[in-house]
Design a protein around this ligand. Structure first.
Ligand code: ZN
Ligand code: ZN
Length: 383
């Protein structure tokens, strides 16, 4: 069997349509047919040359798929231990991890030494088919697979395994959610724990600053409110995006120059949490003084080289600020992301992917994504 695929070699060369042989499954693998792939900001950075990756590669990691076949020894179970079947609509954690190396032992599965990272490997790895800009993806052994509930629309489900799960991962780094997980023993969520999280609102009473109003920022505003945040303030230079984040639950959206006044007028001590999703160094520098004593900032956006950050150590010490980084996410974060998406009204979220193209028009899809700056442009497969 052959799979259509779009191969990326360099930002100086056109994308190359290819037919790649789908090799027979190894015992613990799963073959998935791609239903939809949305183009993430990091794909666009790679395609334009702003971000360096090993090539040749099949890009696209926000993938929604459908199970086609299981390797002979695959458990045929999903993340929760429920049976998986051929035909199930699924998504999966962006990093397949071994569960045994030092990083897996340190509860950093996203940094596994033997990882397969979908949409980021060269075609020399794992039968070439690891990216979403292809008809088929071969899922590596131990990939955490999640069934996608039927009422979640394609355009809502497709960004789940990067954008939505990364936001969930950022919130999981905060004290509020860590404390909730410790109280509930949630190293690996059960379905009932996830439902409880939506009801118990672990972010209740918190004031949250969201830096950036793109796909991650919009998602962060909505997810923070879903988890009970009292006040969410988004900082974003583009007016169209400030309007959008308010539709998704932000209590306020301001331009960068208005940030400090806006924060002090809501709470003079400053905010509890800042989520940095823009990758803009000056945004981090502006946000640090807006945190309350004991506040925390999670840095997520700078996944490519950015200017140096100027920090006053005395301020970090005296104001007891916590600074953390998050890269990729753990399977638990995708579980939380899917719970969030399942509980949201679908129509507004679906609007975040306004344009869809077939795989053969991937180059046009990329142009539209760059030109329009909409949260996501997608590739839809005709099944
Ligand atoms: Zn991504
Ligand atoms: Zn590992």
């Amino acid at each position: 069997m052959l799979s259509q695929a779009i191969v990326f070699r360099s930002s100086d060369l056109p994308l190359e349509p290819m037919q790649i042989e789908v090799r027979p499954l190894l015992p613990d693998e799963v073959l998935v047919r791609v239903v939809a792939t949305t183009l993430c900001g990091s794909d666009l950075h790679t395609l334009s040359g702003r971000r360096k990756v090993a090539t040749p590669t099949i890009l696209g990691h926000e993938i929604l798929g459908q199970v086609v076949d299981f390797g002979k020894e695959h458990s045929q179970l999903d993340y929760f231990g429920d049976p998986l079947q051929v035909g199930d609509r699924v998504t999966w954690a962006i990093v397949a991890h071994c569960g045994e190396c030092c990083y897996c032992q340190w509860d950093l599965p996203q940094k596994c030494e033997k990882s397969v990272k979908y949409g980021h490997e060269t075609t020399a790895v794992h039968g070439a088919l690891t990216g979403g800009l292809a008809e088929y993806v071969l899922l590596a052994p131990k990939t955490s697979i999640f069934k996608v509930e039927s009422h979640i629309e394609n355009s809502v489900a497709s960004p789940a395994n990067c954008a939505t799960a990364t936001v969930a991962g950022a919130l999981q780094r905060t004290r509020h959610l860590r404390d909730w997980n410790v109280r509930n023993g949630s190293l690996k969520y059960t379905r009932s724990q996830l439902a409880a999280m939506g009801e118990e609102k672990p972010l209740a009473g918190s004031h949250i600053l969201v830096l950036g109003g793109g796909m991650l920022g919009v998602t962060a505003c909505a997810m923070a409110k879903w988890l009970g945040a009292e006040h969410v303030l988004c900082v974003e230079p583009l007016e169209s995006r400030r309007t959008l984040v308010k539709e998704f639950g932000a209590d306020q959206a301001v331009a960068p120059g208005e940030l400090e006044d806006a924060v002090r007028s809501v709470r003079k001590q400053g905010f509890d949490i800042a989520l940095e999703l823009s990758g803009v160094t000056s945004a981090i520098e502006a946000a640090l003084p807006c945190l309350r004593i004991g506040g925390e900032i999670v840095l997520v956006g700078a996944v490519f080289p950015v200017p140096e950050l100027k920090v006053l150590p005395e301020q970090i010490v005296r104001r007891m600020i916590q600074i953390q980084g998050l890269h990729n996410y753990a399977p638990n974060d995708l579980a939380l992301a899917l719970q969030f998406l399942a509980e949201q009204p679908q129509a507004p979220l679906a609007k975040m992917v306004p344009y869809w193209f077939p795989l053969s028009e991937t180059a046009r899809a990329i142009q539209e994504a760059e030109r329009t700056k909409v949260p996501r442009v997608g590739i839809l497969f005709p099944y």
